[in-house]
Design a protein around this ligand. Structure first.
Ligand code: ZN
Length: 346
């Protein structure tokens, strides 16, 4: 623990705690970040991105999100609700604080939130990726006094290979499948990973890609925001014909039978492939929309907060590592439901 940094802090009244997500309270302002519930009933609910585990009960009111996240949720959930839109690079005044959205590099529209008040700033970084991919730009660092960072892959075990190496292995596997008369199929997350695999095939192979209806809906939003993707929905005449030919790659968020006369080989793309066996798949690639252990450390050290709270995954382990590197750090979840800190800048 860095005693000198802790001693430099004095109270300024911002409270942070965890209850199905992060809660931040400052004077008369209450914010939640990706929380499944609003225990106060009057919080502004800040949504970092459109993945389902971060958007529970998102049909409630008083929401803040980026335009891209809003479009993805409308397209995929068919929900009608009111949400305030925060554009990247712009700020909004909410009660006693000012909120900015900064790119998180995780999926389309994913953001980190910088919450600024008279006494300091807090960065909620959410799910992040600090490396460029074929479909996203790397997360931007933002300086803040306090930082809440994810720890999904916050263990030294999770150091991913270079993305180009993973890409080349996927390309090789697709080529091998087609050479042997198999149709290569990928079971991928609906938002983010599906589009990355499609873009990879578009850029490196030029083989037609067939997708299921849900992936097609998500892809339409990516296209609306400027990403060039080429694919056919499996229910279209062209999609059916290509599937019959077998000369294509299939991408779906569900592993279901696909109408082809050839054998199908299934692959999964997930960071967990680095640690776990996926015996029900023919191949597993450690391609993640999250950053790895080194990326998390690098992101915190670039943002240079005084105090770090970790959440999700290996939060306790990552907090210990950050303490050894000179930060005041602890796991946010272990603080249960009330006020783990009330500090301010000296
Ligand atoms: Zn996510």
């Amino acid at each position: 623990m860095n005693v000198s940094r802790r001693a430099a802090l004095r109270p300024f009244g911002m409270k942070v705690y965890y209850k199905s997500g992060a809660f931040v309270a400052y004077k008369d302002t209450m914010l939640t970040f990706d929380a499944a519930e609003d225990c106060s009933g009057k919080s502004l609910r800040c949504i970092t991105h459109a993945h389902a585990d971060h958007t529970t009960k998102v049909n409630e009111s008083n929401l803040l999100m980026t335009a891209e996240t809003h479009e993805l949720l409308r397209a995929l959930r068919c929900l009608e609700y009111h949400a305030s839109i925060l554009e990247f690079g712009k700020a909004v005044e909410v009660g006693s604080v000012r909120i900015r959205a900064v790119n998180a590099g995780h999926i389309l529209g994913s953001c980190q939130y910088v919450v600024e008040c008279d006494d300091g700033a807090l960065l909620f970084s959410g799910d992040i990726n600090v490396h460029d991919t074929l479909v996203t730009k790397a997360a931007e660092p933002a300086h803040a006094d306090f930082m809440i960072v994810e720890a999904t892959y916050g263990s030294p075990f999770f150091v991913f290979p270079d993305r180009e190496i993973i890409y080349s292995k996927i390309v090789r596997w697709i080529c091998d499948c087609l050479r042997d008369g198999n149709v290569p199929a990928f079971k991928t997350y609906l938002i983010g990973k599906s589009q990355e695999v499609i873009k990879l095939v578009n850029e490196y192979l030029g083989i037609p890609v067939i997708v299921n209806e849900s992936v097609a809906k998500a892809c339409e939003v990516y296209k609306k925001f400027g990403l060039n993707l080429s694919y056919f929905c499996k229910n279209t005449a062209a999609g059916k014909e290509l599937l019959r030919s077998g000369e294509c790659v299939y991408v779906s968020n569900h592993r279901t039978d696909i109408p082809v006369d050839r054998r199908v080989k299934w692959a999964i793309a997930t960071g967990w492939a680095l640690r776990y066996r996926f015996d029900f798949y023919d191949a597993a690639f450690p391609l993640s929309s999250h950053t790895d252990f080194k990326g998390l450390i690098n992101h915190v050290e670039t943002c240079m907060p005084n105090t770090v709270y970790t959440m999700h995954g290996y939060s306790e382990l990552l907090a210990k590592v950050l303490e050894r590197r000179g930060f005041v750090a602890s796991a946010l979840e272990s603080a249960e439901t009330f006020i783990p800190f009330v500090y301010g800048r000296g």
